[in-house]
Ligand binder design. Structure first.
Ligand code: GDP
Ligand code: MG
Length: 626
């Protein structure tokens, strides 16, 4: 396949607008790539992971090639399916780098949503040709003319260029194929030039080692070639090369313009750098601009429910991170929960998906601590990045060595029908939003209300808790939301609407560490970093929860939430008079010992915090309920 007959494209859209469904339709239209039998049992062919099927979302971008006959010419179309959720935008930009064009899907019943905007902008930044597509026109609620007008107002796209389709029924899909061939430029590589390939994804295969997805920019990549990584300078021999059709199909070579897989004698996934340039040994090439590494935004500790399972858990985490390179891993140990790992994720959905994959695919039984964002603690002489609440300084005020604490902020975009605009602004202000601004995407008509777009900056920590749930419920599900990194900032309490009176001393204490004490002993795994304005509320809620979950002991146990030396909330767990050993007091020592022997099995899973015995499962209950 020479370059002229190759088209590399991705499908981009807000979540649920139909990317995976359209990918299925395209694959099936072409080549019968998905056989009928498979199709029935396997909707959304490219969503391979169990978690993706269950949740109906795409987590990992997949690549597939197909051959299409157009006016008697055979074209090679390379499709890259992408995830739509904000946490996975790293995967989206990675996929786009291998393409010249993108199908921008917009649901004809929903209209332009927050991620429609963000994916459109990243496609534009990369210079991709965009084919606008209106999906789900089979639905009675579809409003194709109105949404086409909205697309024109938002992106400046002529309604005449928008293709109306139904990915479900297949209506209009032929027009998409024509548009892909006619509108998207062919890749511009030169097969006679020196080999230069762009590595944009990798996965690990138990038998063959690391499999990398590459887009060949120039030259020809053949089986048996000696290649080198620009980034690591390491050398390899290509043992297999081919296209994803949609499973791996070996071909003798990949030509300039093609996208496909390579296997080489690469043992460790860490050697495959996303964004790396691959060239032939002995030749020098100009590297392609790489990617920014994914930046962890949310951290949490993961511990085995049974501490004996740590080795197995760590092994499972290592294997899983080979297929998801955006997760960072460090060891962590806790007096309450024993050995575990501290993991960094791109967002809370990402964290949730990872947890579910550990449970589904590795049968892991785990406890995951409350998520926290990474803070920068500025001391007089150095700055420390803190991603674990236990490392956060106990007191932050003008008298301590800490000069200030900075927190990550994001630029948030919310799209919502106008009647919810006020509600959404309130929500943002109560989550310490600044620079709140809005404009309209269209005007209201007889049967519909105008769409407003609201932008603001917010601390990331406000977003990672329950913001998304509140946004959905307070907008009756109509609001869509996206955010991008806006750097670290020292929080300015003066702009918090809920606390108009601010002193300088308070501004220095905006983030504090909250510790929970059981019988006056701290439980490290439960430490939190909270904002001063919500310390009471959070402290009370957690203390109540602990009171409910912790089994009663032989003696009274005070449960306290403290900040520095100040007790913010307190409950008392009364003594349990009906304990099995209670009646044995003063009795035979032997009898008592025997009783304890019987309880040994249960004791094995007990954690002792000071003098309080806690079953590990209690932590599971504490940390897994909201
Ligand atoms: P993605 O998140 O963009 O990959 O969206 P999916 O392809 O998973 O589709 C989301 C939902 O919309 C699924 O329930 C699909 O069956 C449904 N869907 C997708 N395209 C159409 C369509 O053209 N018509 C109708 N009625 N439903 C569709
Ligand atoms: Mg999908």
């Amino acid at each position: 396949f020479p370059c002229e007959v190759i088209r590399n494209f991705s499908i981009i859209a807000h979540i649920d607008h139909g990317k995976s469904t359209l990918a299925d339709r395209l694959l099936e239209k072409m080549t019968g790539t998905i056989t009928k039998g498979l199709k029935g049992s396997n909707p959304q062919f490219l969503d391979k992971l169990k978690v993706e099927r269950e949740r109906g979302i795409t987590v990992k971008a997949q690549t597939a090639s197909m051959i299409h006959n157009h006016d008697g010419v055979k074209y090679l179309l390379n499709l890259i399916d992408t995830p739509g959720h904000v946490d996975f935008s790293w995967e989206v930009s990675r996929s786009m780098a291998a393409c010249q064009g993108a199908l921008l899907l917009v649901d004809a019943t929903q209209g332009v949503q927050a991620q429609s905007l963000s994916v459109y902008h990243s496609a534009r930044e990369r210079g991709l040709t965009i084919i606008p597509v209106l999906n789900k026109i089979d639905l009675p609620a579809a409003q194709p003319e109105r949404i086409a007008a909205q697309i024109q107002a938002t992106f400046g796209i002529d309604p005449g260029d928008v293709l109306p389709i139904s990915a479900k029924t297949g209506k209009g899909v032929d027009a998409i194929l024509r548009a892909i061939i006619e509108r998207i430029p062919a890749p511009s590589g030169a097969p006679e030039d020196k080999l230069k390939a762009f590595l944009f994804d990798s996965s690990y295969d138990r038998y063959r080692g690391v499999i990398s997805l590459v887009s060949v920019q120039d030259g020809i990549l053949r089986k048996g070639d000696k290649i080198a990584s620009y980034h690591t300078r390491k050398k390899y021999e290509v043992t297999d090369v081919g296209i994803m059709y949609p499973e791996e199909v070996s071909t003798a070579k990949l030509m300039a313009g093609q996208v496909g897989f390579i296997a080489c004698n690469m043992k460790q996934s860490s050697e495959a750098h996303i964004g790396d340039t691959v060239h032939r040994v002995g030749e020098t090439v100009e590297p392609m601009p790489g990617f920014q590494l994914a930046k962890a935004m949310v951290y949490a500790g993961i511990f085995p429910v049974d501490s004996n399972d740590f080795v197995k858990l760590e092994e499972s985490i290592k294997r899983l991170t080979l297929t998801d390179r955006s997760v960072t891993v460090q060891r962590e140990s806790s007096t309450a929960l024993g050995q575990g790992c501290r993991l960094g994720f791109l967002g809370t959905l990402h964290m949730d998906v990872f947890r579910q994959r550990l449970e589904d695919e590795y049968d892991a039984n785990i406890i995951i601590t409350a998520p926290t964002v990474p803070y920068k603690v500025v001391y007089r002489d150095r700055t420390v990045l803190v991603s674990n609440p236990t490392e956060f300084p106990d007191v932050v005020d003008t008298s301590s060595r800490v000069k200030e604490v900075q927190e990550p902020t994001v630029k948030a975009t919310i799209i919502v029908p106008e009647e919810y605009l006020g509600e959404m602004m309130d929500l943002c202000f109560s989550h310490r939003a600044e620079d709140v601004d809005h404009r309209y995407l269209d005007t209201s008509g007889a049967t519909n209300s105008a769409r407003a777009i609201l932008t603001c900056t917010m601390p990331l920590s406000e977003v990672v808790t329950d913001f998304f749930d509140k946004l959905k419920s307070r907008s009756s599900g109509f609001a869509s939301f996206d955010y991008e990194d806006a750097g670290y900032k020292k929080s300015n309490l003066a702009k918090v609407s809920s606390s108009p009176v601010v002193t300088h001393a308070m501004a220095d204490k905006f983030r504090v560490k909250m510790v929970f004490l059981l019988n006056n002993k701290p439980v490290d795994a439960l430490a939190l970093i909270v904002h001063r304005s919500s310390e009471q509320q959070i402290g009370r809620a957690w203390v109540k929860k602990l009171h409910k979950v912790i089994p009663r002991q032989l003696f009274e146990v005070p449960i306290q939430a403290v900040i520095g030396k100040k007790v913010v909330a307190r409950e008392t767990l009364s003594a349990n008079r009906a304990d099995v050993t209670a009646g044995l007091y003063g009795g035979h020592v032997e009898r008592k010992m025997k009783h304890l022997e019987n309880q040994k099995e249960g004791k094995r899973r007990m954690k002792r915090i000071g003098s309080v015995d806690l079953p590990q499962e209690a932590f599971f209950d504490i940390l897994s309920t909201k």
